[in-house]
Ligand binder design. Structure first.
Ligand SMILES: Cc1ncc(C[n+]2csc(CCOP(=O)(O)OP(=O)(O)O)c2C)c(N)n1
Length: 697
C-alpha cells in the first residue's frame, strides 16, 4: 500500500498532497475501527479503544517527512497507517499476535516501531511526552533535520508529563510539534476541567508558536500543520497545534457513552464533525472523486480488511514460556586489565574521571542535571573535570527532575546509548519516578524492539563526609539523606548500582554506560571524599584501602558481581552482606572483632544491588553459616529486607544462627540534630554488637 509520505527535506505545498490516498488512509482507519469494535462486542478479545473522529491525524503526519519521529497515543491509528501503511498492526494487537508492534504484549492501539521512528505507545496518558522532549533534544544536539511530533488528548494536556515536554521544548527551543487532540472529553470529564483560558494564548505566551483548528476540516488541519512545521524547521523552536475534534465513539469498549453524553450532542457530532465524511464530501465537491467511487473504495477496503483479519487469525499467539524475556539487558562484561597508572583518588575524583572518559569515547555522551554545567561541576563537583575539559558535554537543566530524566532517556532511546542524568539528591528523584519506571519497562513492553539506555547518577544516603563511625554527624536530614535503593530495586527492568570505593565507582560507572537497560547509580555522599575505614586503634583496613588506588584511563568492572573481602585468617565465621557506606562500617566492625577474637569475617560488598550476586551471597553463607545483612535504608519494606528474605529462603539449611538484619530506624529520615541522627543510622558499633551476639548464639 502506498501512503502520503513526503520525501526528506521538502516542504511541499498542500497542492502536492495525494488527497485520494489520504482519504483512503483515513477510511482504512475508520473501517478498522468499526471492525475491531464489532469483534470486541462479539467477545473476541477483552478491550478496544478507537480512533473514530481522530482520523485527521493522517493529514497531520502527511505534512511531515518520513524520518520525522512520532510519539503517538491510542487514538492515532490513522497516523500509524499514514507512516507505515501497515493495515495488519491494529488487528494483530487486538488479537495479541506475536507479529504485532509489541509482539502481542501491549493493549490494542499502542503503536510502536523503532525502524520507522515511532516511539512505544504508553497506557499512562501523556507518559511518552518527557521522552519525546529527549528525542527533540538529541535531534538538536546532533544537528539533525528531523522533528518529533508528540500527540496527546485534552486530558493529556493537563498532566505533568505534558507540561514537562512543553518546558523541555520551549526552554531548549527543540524541534517538537505538540498536538493536543481535543475531543471534548477525558473519559467523562469535559475539556473545561483540563485547563483554563486559551491553550493557544498560553502556549504563545510561553515560547511556542501555536494555532488551533477544527480538525474535522482535514485540509485546514493539513495546512495549519504545514505552517507549524515550517516554523519548527526554520529553527525557531517548538510549535503547538490545538486540534478540535469530535469523538464519535465512547471513550473505550469499557465506557457507556449514554451515561455522560446526550443523544442530541452525539447525533450533532456525527452529522457535522466526522472527518472522514467531511473529507469525502470535500473530495466530491472539489471534483477529485465521485461519490460512487468513494463507496466502491469503502467496499473494497472492507473486503481487504476482512481478508487481512483471516490471515492474522492464522498467526501465532504468544507462548507463556516467553513471559520473562526482554526484562533486563546487562552488558556482556569483557575482561579488561586497567593499563593506566594508579593514583590515590577520592570517589568524587574517580567519578569525575569516568565521566570525562565516557565523553571522550562517545561523541554523543553528555551529563544533564541541575548546576552540572557550572564551573563547580554540580553541587558536589562530580562534573567539574568535564566542564573544564569538554564544557559542551555538561549541560545545566531547569529545576525539574522529571524533565531531566525525560531528556536523557529520550536521547538514549534515539541514539541507542546511555546518556547521563544527575539527580542532585536521590530524595528528589520522585517527580521523575513515572518516567524512570516507564524507561525500565520499555524493552519489555515492545519485546525488545526499543530499549531505553539511561544512566541516572544521584547522591544518596546519610549526609556528611567519611564513614559514619569516624566523622560524627552529617546533617543531611530530610530531603538530603535517603538511601534510595528501596525505590529502584523494586522496578523490574532497572539495574541499581551502589559502589563503596573509588576504584569500583569508576569501573562500574564506565560499565553502567554500556547497559541497554536503565541504570540507577547511587553515589553515597559520605563516600565522595572518604578515606578507607580504620579499626578502633586507627589502623587502616588494608583489604579495602587498596581500592582507593585508581588507574588512569579506561577500565570496567562487571555489573551483577559482588566483591568478597576477607578480614582475618582462616575460614570465615560470619558473612556480612553490605553495600555503599555500610561496607566501610562492616570492615571496621570486622577488624575490631578479628583483632579481639581471631579467625576471619567475610564482607560481601554487593556493588550491584539489582540484579544482586546471588552466587556470591550463597557461597559466603555456606562457608560462614552465620550471616548479617546491613543497610542504611529505614526499617520498612526495603532492599535489605529483600536480600535477607532471599537468604532465609535459599540458604536456610546452611544457617547455624538466626540471620540478622540491621538497618536505620523505622522513621521517615534522619533528623538534622546530632544525637538523633547518630541514633538513627547503623554504624560499626551496631554491627559489632550484632556479630558478637550472632557468634554467641
Ligand atoms: C496517567 C493516567 N491517569 C489516568 C489514566 C486512565 N485514563 C485512561 S484514558 C483517560 C482519559 C484520557 O483523556 P484524553 O487525554 O482527553 O484522551 P481521549 O481518550 O479523550 O482521547 C484516563 C483518565 C491513565 N491511563 N493514565
Amino acid at each position: 500500500m502506498t501512503v502520503n509520505i513526503q520525501p526528506k527535506g521538502t516542504g511541499s505545498p498542500a497542492a502536492s498532497l495525494d488527497v485520494i490516498q489520504l482519504y483512503r488512509t483515513m477510511l482504512i482507519a475508520r473501517l478498522t475501527n468499526d471492525l475491531l469494535k464489532t469483534r470486541k462486542t462479539q467477545g473476541r478479545y477483552p478491550f478496544y479503544i478507537g480512533c473514530a473522529g481522530h482520523e485527521t491525524m493522517a493529514a497531520v503526519v502527511a505534512a511531515l517527512n518520513e524520518d520525522d519521529w512520532l510519539a503517538l497515543y491510542y487514538r492515532d491509528l490513522a497516523a500509524w497507517l499514514q507512516r507505515t501503511g501497515d493495515v495488519y498492526a491494529a488487528l494483530r494487537e487486538a488479537y495479541s499476535r506475536t507479529t504485532g508492534p509489541s509482539a502481542g504484549r501491549n493493549m490494542p492501539a499502542h503503536y510502536s516501531n523503532r525502524r520507522l521512528h515511532i516511539l512505544p505507545g504508553m497506557s499512562e496518558v501523556a507518559g511518552l511526552c518527557p521522552f519525546a522532549g529527549g528525542i527533540g533534544f538529541s535531534i538538536k544536539q546532533q544537528q539533525g533535520h528531523e522533528l518529533i511530533l508528540c500527540s496527546t488528548g485534552d486530558g493529556g494536556a493537563a498532566t505533568n508529563d505534558f507540561h514537562v515536554l512543553f518546558s523541555q521544548a520551549t526552554i531548549h527551543r527543540l524541534p517538537v510539534l505538540m498536538v493536543i487532540e481535543d475531543n471534548g472529553w477525558a473519559i467523562t470529564t469535559p475539556t473545561s476541567r483540563q485547563w483554563a483560558g486559551s491553550l493557544v494564548e498560553w502556549a504563545n505566551a510561553r515560547g511556542a508558536y501555536a494555532e488551533e483548528v477544527e480538525g474535522s476540516d482535514v485540509m485546514a488541519s493539513y495546512e495549519a500543520v504545514q505552517r507549524l512545521v515550517q516554523h519548527i524547521r526554520s529553527g525557531r523552536g517548538p510549535a503547538l497545534l490545538h486540534l478540535h475534534l469530535g469523538l464519535l465513539d465512547p471513550h473505550s469498549s469499557s465506557t457507556d457513552i449514554r451515561s455522560y453524553r446526550t443523544k442530541e450532542e452525539l447525533a450533532q457530532t456525527a452529522a457535522t464533525r466526522d472527518p472522514v465524511k467531511n473529507f469525502g464530501r470535500w473530495l466530491v465537491a472539489q471534483g477529485h472523486a465521485r461519490e460512487e467511487e468513494l463507496e466502491q473504495m469503502r467496499k473494497e477496503l472492507r473486503a481487504e480488511l476482512e481478508r487481512a483479519e483471516q490471515e492474522v487469525l492464522q498467526e501465532p499467539e504468544p507462548a507463556a514460556e516467553r513471559v520473562t524475556r526482554h526484562v533486563l539487558s546487562l552488558p556482556q562484561w569483557r575482561e579488561n586489565t586497567p593499563r593506566g597508572t594508579s593514583r590515590q583518588l577520592t570517589m568524587l575524583g574517580a567519578i569525575n574521571e569516568a565521566l570525562v572518559e565516557l565523553a571522550q569515547r562517545d561523541p554523543g555522551f553528555f551529563v544533564y542535571g541541575q548546576d552540572v554545567g557550572s564551573s563547580k561541576g554540580g553541587v558536589f563537583g562530580a562534573t567539574a573535570a568535564l566542564v573544564k575539559q569538554m564544557p559542551d558535554r555538561a549541560i545545566s537543566s531547569p529545576l525539574n527532575e522529571q524533565l531531566i530524566v525525560g531528556i536523557v532517556a529520550g536521547a538514549g532511546m534515539k541514539e541507542g546509548k546511555a546518556r547521563c542524568a544527575e539527580i542532585q539528591f536521590v530524595d528528589y528523584h520522585q517527580s521523575a519516578a513515572q518516567t524512570l519506571r516507564l524507561a525500565a519497562r520499555i524493552q519489555y513492553q515492545c519485546y525488545g524492539d526499543w530499549t531505553a539506555p539511561l544512566l541516572v547518577r544521584a547522591k544518596s544516603g546519610s549526609g556528611g563526609g567519611g564513614p559514619i563511625s569516624s566523622s560524627t554527624v552529617g546533617g543531611g536530614a530530610y530531603g538530603h539523606s535517603n538511601a534510595g535503593e528501596q525505590w529502584f530495586t523494586v522496578v523490574p527492568g532497572m539495574i541499581t548500582v551502589c559502589p563503596a570505593t573509588p576504584f569500583d565507582a569508576k569501573g562500574l560507572l564506565l560499565e553502567a554506560a554500556r547497559a541497554q537497560s536503565p541504570v540507577t547509580f547511587l553515589e553515597r555522599g559520605r563516600l565522595y571524599r572518604s578515606e578507607p575505614p580504620r579499626d578502633d586503634e586507627g589502623i587502616i583496613c588494608a583489604e579495602l584501602a587498596q581500592y582507593w588506588s585508581v588507574p588512569d584511563g579506561y577500565y570496567t568492572l562487571p555489573l551483577g558481581k559482588a566483591r568478597r573481602l576477607r578480614i582475618g585468617e582462616g575460614p570465615s565465621r560470619v558473612a556480612i552482606i553490605a553495600w555503599g557506606t555500610m561496607v566501610l562500617e562492616a570492615c571496621t566492625a570486622a577488624m575490631n572483632i578479628v583483632k579481639r577474637e581471631g579467625g576471619a569475617i567475610e564482607i560481601v560488598d554487593l556493588r550491584t544491588l539489582m540484579p544482586f550476586d546471588q552466587e556470591a551471597v550463597a557461597a559466603a553463607v555456606a562457608e560462614a553459616n552465620r550471616v548479617l545483612v546491613v543497610t542504611e535504608e529505614v526499617d520498612a519494606t526495603s532492599f535489605g529486607r529483600h536480600v535477607h528474605s532471599w537468604i532465609v529462603e535459599n540458604c536456610f539449611y546452611d544457617l547455624d544462627g538466626t540471620p540478622i538484619f540491621i538497618s536505620a530506624l523505622p522513621a521517615p529520615a534522619a533528623p538534622y540534630n546530632a544525637p538523633e541522627e547518630i541514633a538513627f543510622y547503623p554504624s560499626a558499633k551496631t554491627i559489632e554488637a550484632s556479630i558478637t551476639r550472632l557468634l554467641a548464639e
